[in-house]
Design a protein around this ligand. Structure first.
Ligand code: 3EB
Length: 362
């Protein structure tokens, strides 16, 4: 059965804005991704929805520092959202979607009886595998078979220990979990992003669904799961975007997108050229989604961007280049974060909606 409209929607506002909304609106929240600085002022115990708090500096777009995922169905009494937690996972769900997150401190694998770390596995790799295995177990338990999107954040993403860059350790742990749980299916991988923050635990948010999304690749780029070995011993398990499609609405969740063509990083020390290249890549992903839909539904001018910038001082260069290409009225939040390849100075992820006129009338 396919619903004519998508039973999920997004909103963007600061954390404090959420608590000024009508209670019925707040009751329809599946979860919140919040880039606000640590502040618990407004957060009471009564809050039922998961708030995925990331302590990353906001450079611009303070009116949109939270991305809110809401259920877009009539919440009559028998259809209220439910929530739960399972180990380190917090989640909330409707009949159609589940939003959750897990935060795990990085721990080494348990030691053997003699107290030795028998495998000498890097703690981040081990913790990543454990986090993903817990998420996959939850999917099986609650019967949400599909992943629409992952958001991955970790400390010091470009640091090196155990002889390997930490992002690459993360990729090994993620791949091992995907393979072990039979989720490494080339053309069915979820959209994702992976960013470095100054500190904090490994933090992964996820959006699960009961209908299969369509995985989109970028014709200008080699699929990330096919990157050559020079980028690490295991390839990243993600697709360039996922498309959720119904009769009336479509939603495109675009993965972190950077200045990569083929598999190579272009314009290593030129943040303006990287921005330009990234926008061409975003355009290519959007065009690919439109091609699959057989209709020009999505447009790079009608989209919400989250822009991650490695060096705060580059904000104006990046924002000006985006405005030069897209016009002054872009909807975006700019966050300071580390990108997963050292030479990358910025990365953009995006959410694009298409609503037919019929859907808007409703
Ligand atoms: C890239 O295209 C840039 O490892 O989950 C973008 C999106 C990137 C997701 C991930 C990494 C990830 O390879 C990096």
């Amino acid at each position: 059965m396919s619903l004519p409209i998508l039973p999920i929607k997004t909103a963007y506002m600061p954390l404090s804005g959420i608590f000024q909304q009508p209670q019925s609106w707040q009751d329809s929240i599946l979860g919140v991704i919040s880039f606000a600085e640590p502040s618990t002022d407004n957060i009471t115990e009564a809050v039922k929805f998961p708030i995925f708090q990331l302590h990353a500096p906001i450079l611009d777009g303070a009116d949109a520092t939270c991305e809110i995922w809401l259920s877009n169905t009539d919440l009559s009494s028998d259809k209220l959202l439910r929530h739960g937690n399972n180990g380190a996972i917090q989640y909330r769900y409707s009949d159609e979607f589940l939003f959750g997150f897990i935060s795990l401190p990085e721990l080494a694998p348990s030691q053997n009886e003699a107290g030795q770390n028998i495998m000498n596995i890097a703690p981040l790799q081990h913790t990543t595998e454990s986090a993903y295995r817990q998420i996959f177990a939850l999917m099986d338990e609650l019967d949400y078979p599909y992943i629409c999107r992952f958001w991955n954040y970790m400390a010091d993403i470009n640091g090196v220990d155990h002889g390997l860059e930490r992002y690459r350790q993360f990729n090994v742990g993620r791949k091992d979990a995907f393979l072990a749980c039979d989720r490494e299916v080339a053309s069915k991988l979820p959209a994702a992003c992976a960013l470095g923050l100054a500190d904090g635990p490994l933090s992964i948010a996820f959006l699960l669904g009961r209908k299969a999304p369509i995985a989109i690749e970028n014709p200008r780029q080699i699929s990330a799961y096919e990157y050559p070995e020079e980028y690490g011993p295991r390839t990243p398990s993600f697709s360039r975007a996922t498309l959720l499609h119904t009769e009336l609405d479509d939603l495109l969740l675009i993965s972190g997108t950077a200045s990569i063509v083929g598999h190579q990083t272009l314009h290593p020390s030129d943040v303006v050229a990287q921005t330009r290249e990234t926008l061409v890549n975003l355009d290519a992903v959007i065009a690919e989604a439109n091609r699959i839909l057989g209709e020009q539904k999505f447009d790079v001018r009608n989209i919400f961007f989250r822009v991650y910038i490695r060096h705060a001082a580059d904000l104006l260069l990046v924002r000006n280049e985006m405005q030069r290409t897209l016009g002054d009225t872009i909807e975006a939040a700019f966050i300071q974060a580390e990108i997963c390849r050292r030479e990358l100075l910025m990365e953009i992820e995006a959410t694009a909606w298409y609503k037919s006129e019929l859907s808007c009338v409703k």
